[in-house]
Design a protein. Structure first.
Length: 353
């Protein structure tokens, strides 16, 4: 059943002139010293295995000595651009420990491991082919979720910072069984909120390997949050269920938690809470979100068949006929933002009396 949720491979959509102006205005646009296509010129690769000797679906690539020197320098330069002001004074203290390439999935990213040789601290970032859908996904996540995102982009190359956490599939398999009943109830609550947030902002394909679980120690307990790490399926698919993580079989264990730990009233309460929080973020984002959605309304980001199906399914689900007037995925996003705002205002009015 789940295999049919994703109907087709999503194409890459180019960055429009209007979106380029937006990205430049908010300091996202950058002329990188190396491009995605440059990294494809590797001369060989070896498989990368995890700590359990399982194939990670990443391969470690290598280049000729001449190319490697130039690539290493440029990758360290990108790191300084992503995490500071591009100042090259600290480049001599950085080392490119690994360049990995993922052959699984749609975006086929490169993962760059950068280590500070003075203290052995290391971090990752990703280099991907530019896609307008992903850029919209990253910007919407930045504005509508609890988390800020750092990324840089140009016509051909997208650079994303690493989002730390335990991959969802690994968490469900190895960590969830060890959680206490209280922690499981808290994870169930977070999954309800994550599910609601994904649907509101039309972020699709949140299977377990496309999000991470982030544990944070807070006094005498561990608090778990869920963060998406893949934004490829932003506003493309026509099935509403694709934007609801609850319908993916990889998330069954978390849905079982929701059913066993939360009653119907609690689930509805958490949904209302999340809509209200998203609505506040819509308000606080000001002109930035408004400008982004206005640009998105003029873009072609899906097929006409997907658009017709999605606006029909959302209209039926919300009982809001405004969705049927949509001429683009941006229009559907605009209607979704308006629907959430209206809901929030009604809740606030109710609480005043």
């Amino acid at each position: 059943m789940e295999e049919k949720l994703i109907s087709q491979k999503k194409p890459f959509y180019p960055i429009s002139e209007a979106l380029t102006r937006f990205l430049k205005a908010y300091d996202r646009w950058i002329l990188t010293p190396i491009f995605y296509e440059d990294l494809l010129r590797f001369s060989g690769s070896i498989a990368v295995y995890d700590k359990n000797d399982q194939d990670s679906l990443w391969v470690r690539v290598y280049y000729t000595d001449t190319e490697r020197r130039e690539i290493d320098y440029n990758l360290k330069k990108i790191y300084t651009l992503l995490h500071s002001d591009g100042n090259e004074s600290g480049i001599s203290y950085l080392n490119v420990d690994a360049i990995d390439y993922c052959t699984f999935g749609n975006s086929k990213p490169f993962r760059i491991k950068i280590r500070n040789i003075l203290n052995d601290n290391f971090t990752y970032y990703y280099i991907k082919k530019t896609d307008a859908s992903r850029v919209y996904g990253l910007e919407l996540e930045h504005m509508l979720s609890p988390y800020n995102l750092n990324f840089l982009v140009n016509d051909s190359t997208l650079i994303e910072e690493h989002i730390a956490g335990i991959p969802g599939d690994l968490f469900i398999k190895d960590f969830l069984p060890q959680c206490t009943d209280g922690e499981k109830a808290q994870i169930a609550k977070e999954f309800v909120k994550f599910n609601e947030r994904s649907m509101i902002r039309l972020l699709g394909d949140m299977r377990a390997y496309n999000y991470v679980v982030v544990p944070t120690h807070d006094f005498d307990q561990v608090v778990y949050k869920i963060r998406p790490i893949d934004f490829d399926q932003q506003s493309f698919e026509g099935k509403l269920s694709v934007y609801r993580p609850q319908f993916f079989k990889e998330n069954k264990a978390l849905m079982d938690l929701v059913r066993s730990k939360l009653n119907h009233d609690s689930i509805n309460q958490y949904k209302v809470e999340e809509r209200s929080i998203v609505s506040r973020r819509i308000i606080s984002s000001g002109n930035r979100l408004k400008k982004l959605i206005e640009i998105m309304q003029t873009e072609i980001l899906t097929t006409s068949a997907n658009l017709e199906r999605l606006k029909g399914e959302i209209s039926k689900f919300t009982k809001d006929k405004d969705f049927m007037e949509s001429k683009s995925m941006g229009d559907i996003m605009h209607a979704s933002m308006r629907f959430v705002r209206n809901h929030y205002e009604k809740v606030d009015m109710h609480n005043l009396f």
